[in-house]
Design a protein around this ligand. Sequence first.
Ligand code: CAA
Length: 259
Amino acid sequence: MAYEHIQTRVEGDRVGIVTLNRPKQLNALNNQLMDEMGEALKAFDADPAIGCMIVTGSEKAFAAGADIGAMASYSFADVYKGDYITRNWETIRSVRKPVIAAVSGFALGGGCELAMMCDFIIAADNAKFGQPEIKLGIIPGAGGTQRLPRAVGKAKAMDLALTGRMMDATEAERAGLVSRVVPLDKLMEETLGAALTICGYSQVAVMAAKESVNRSFESGLSDGVMFERRLFHALFATSDQKEGMDAFVNKRPPQFKHQ
Ligand code: CAA
């Protein structure tokens, strides 16, 4: 399918990459871009050849937020009735294979929120994160006030949401928002390496791990631990569990069949 605001490609036969591509607007996120990204991720998710996905932007901007020009003239009734602007943003949450955000440059407002919707974030050393919506007379509208405190705690989330300041990659890693910081010219190599590592494991176990970690944000500890235990038990029904453990015991590399 031909897309206008994103580019897609497959690397290493198994990693689906979505590159946001509105360079003149610093990848500002409008409905068309978000629809296209949702379609592309759903297609990769449904493709048995694909084991992991990467969402990335340009060197200068992962995404500078929701498209301000597109929403500037909307009234309350417009945004409320149309569930604007974030109605089509949660598609990424329904994707069951892992999605890694490879972030360089600005990840602001909806751009930061989009990165946080991914399963984890690898940042280039020039990355800048922030929720500057307060400067526009609004607040984050795609989960920023909910996911940011879960990632970095209340103090920093309040600081970013109330002052609108940006956080550099070092601070973001220290705060727990990003899993690793790498030199800009190594961002895609490092992220692809992580994605291919994930693709090498049992896809059933990978999907279960993602589902279980995500469950920790939705449930209390006892329920979450019980959920994890049931998934753990269920994995003993897979041939990949037999293969992984037999390979370890016999000191050979495993050959997972993803079943
Ligand atoms: N929407 C629309 N256009 C945007 C944009 C956005 N979020 N961010 C940048 N652009 C456009 C600029 O208007 C400019 O276009 P022109 O060349 O046509 O003037 C172009 O991208 C380049 O931007 P700048 O000239 O401003 O570049 P800079 O390097 O001087 O500054 C920046 C970069 C600090 C990121 C600055 O562009 C900026 O502050 N952008 C807005 C960030 C923002 O407020 N994001 C939150 C949006 S609201 C939101 O996201 C709601 C939500 O929760 C879902």
